[in-house]
Design a protein around this ligand. Structure first.
Ligand code: 0L1
Ligand code: MG
Length: 261
């Protein structure tokens, strides 16, 4: 795809994010033939624009990591995007719904590595051996597309709907937990809305990090030590409304809460 076209599509999603308004998916009319590879070019341009604007990458995030979501989108591989510093919400604080379009949340298990991981060929075991800490986290997703209606290339171009991240402070060594059987409950205002186990994330959340390392290696990039990695939703995403009190509990890994104004 020509450079101007990449820029045009990156501007299209970036402006929607900045102006907090819904747009029609790229593949509807603007560029129906968008491929996954081209979509990552658009994402790269979007990331470049954000860095140029002064924002910093906090860490990568994985998306479409559950079998249910992969089946729904008819794909075999997850996707990745980036969390930026302006998206981070301090645990226990409040977000304002007007800062988003139609936000949803996903409970996730975060990883922090003690050394860089460079694919190809990275395994789940490699990841566990390179993990300094695992931590509880909540991702706020806010697709810029109307009604979260998109194809896989659309959502890749839109930085995989990344809009927020709340990182918990209950850090644990990976050997202290069986991450695939860590149970998670997501409650709004004291009522459980969704639940799941770590295995919902590609069978094991560490596999998601391995998959990220192997995908990034195709571009000559690696997963960097010290940056929190969001591995993917453990339960189905849940819509937020003003007045909500969000609490997610993770078996053996503490809990994370925040408010919605
Ligand atoms: O983080 C995620 O799994 C979301 C990826 C994008 C799909 C969506 O917005 O639902
Ligand atoms: Mg997610």
């Amino acid at each position: 795809m020509e450079k101007d076209r990449v820029k045009e599509l990156a501007n299209y999603v970036h402006n929607a994010e900045k102006e907090k308004r819904e747009i029609t998916k790229i593949t509807a009319e603007l560029y129906p033939e968008l491929t996954i590879e081209e979509a990552y070019d658009v994402q790269e341009e979007l990331v470049r624009q954000k860095l140029e604007a002064g924002y910093k990458i906090v860490g990568p995030k994985m998306g479409i990591t559950s079998e249910a979501k992969m089946k729904q989108m008819n794909v075999d591989n997850p996707i990745y995007g980036y969390v930026f510093d302006n998206m981070v919400v301090e645990e226990g604080n409040a977000i304002s719904i007007s800062d988003y379009i139609h936000p949803k949340i996903e409970p996730e298990i975060g990883f922090i590595l003690n050394r860089d991981l460079e694919g190809p060929g990275i395994t789940t075991l490699d990841v566990l051996r390179a993990t300094e800490y695992v931590l509880p986290a909540i991702e706020i997703i806010d697709s810029r597309y109307e009604n979260f209606n998109f194809t896989l290339p659309d959502v890749v171009a839109d930085n995989t709907s990344a809009a927020g991240a709340v990182f918990g402070t209950y850090l644990r060594k990976p050997e202290e937990l069986e991450l695939d059987v860590v149970g998670v409950t997501l409650s709004l205002n004291g009522e459980i809305q969704s639940l799941g186990a770590g295995a919902a994330v590609l069978g094991h959340p560490a596999k998601s990090v391995a998959s990220l390392a192997n995908m990034l290696s195709e571009k000559g990039e690696k997963v960097e030590a010290g940056k929190p990695i969001l591995t993917g939703g453990v339960t189905a995403a849940v819509k937020l409304s003003p007045g909500d009190f969000v609490n997610v509990k993770y078996g053996g890994l503490g809990d994370v809460s925040f408010f919605v104004k």
